[in-house]
Design a protein around this ligand. Sequence first.
Ligand code: TXA
Ligand code: MG
Length: 327
Amino acid sequence: MTGKIVDVNCKEEDRAKAEKGADIIRKGGTVVFPTETVYGLGADAGNDGACSKIYKIKSRQQDNPLIVHLADKESVGKYAHIENVRKYKELEKLWPGPLTIVMPKRETVGNVASAGLDTVGIRIPDCNFTRAFIRMSGTGIAAPSANRSGKPSATMAEHIMDELDGVDLIYRAERSRIGIESTVIFPEGDSCKILRPGAYTEEDLLKIFHQVTYSGKDDPVRSPGMKYRHYSPDKTVLRADAQSLLDYLKEHRDVLPIVTTETAKFIEGDKIVLGSLSNPYEISSSLYDSLRKLDASNYSKGIIESLPERGFFISVMNRIKKASVEL
Ligand code: TXA
Ligand code: MG
């Protein structure tokens, strides 16, 4: 894979480096890029052949649409009917950021990227380098998370190098700052549905909408992707609150604990430390790497600490629950 990796910094718009990836995108290739949530595996959203490569590289189900990533607010109207979204002006203020808005799509979004739906999820990521790369590509970049389908999303370029074959270029930056995928919403007039929880929470959205609901299992409006197995490490992960976890460890030695800094103090043996409860992004940004470390360890299973389900931790727990079974 070496030779295809270019080191970048999310704070800087390095135009020479951005041009390399932009050229590949214009020619119908695939590029992995960093964002504040997780890394994306991108191709030209208007090029069906290029987008098909993404599904192949990831082994992704064909009916699961891709998010279209844009560099600037000015270009959103080229891909989506923003005039049909009543609260668009308020929502737009949350960009660049970890928010994907599902809107009626325009023809510029290819059928492969949108998996044949008449809507498109749009996001402007909060990484200056990546936005420069998108801008220079001259097109919207369709991109799912850069992991094999079913695996935890990649928050470090190293995760991708181990896992994905056939990518034309990988931009390597620091670990993703947030570390779980964007909040995906479906706005309908004064109400909004959360299709996937993320760093923008229900409370944040209630400042814009009268009503905010979570899309349920039998909801006709839901993300196709939510029905697939997600975020799972290969090994079994148990889940328990801090006290039950510590009690369990007294009886069992063959399990690797994944815990907060606060709980780690009480564990003498091997452990993976997520970060402190007082710094939620420290925890969320290390979650997927911790699950991958468990897979790479000599332990046959892990046990992860449940977080208090408030605010942003509701979203982090959504991912933890998908990766684990309750003790
Ligand atoms: O943070 C993120 O959103 C990352 C970075 C790379 O931007 N991307 C990401 O993409 O997580 P992906 O493909 O792994 O997850 C996108 C989710 C899927 O569950 C998909 O079904 C849903 O968003 N989605 C995309 N377009 C949609 C649409 N038009 N309607 C409903 N759900 C949609
Ligand atoms: Mg994904």
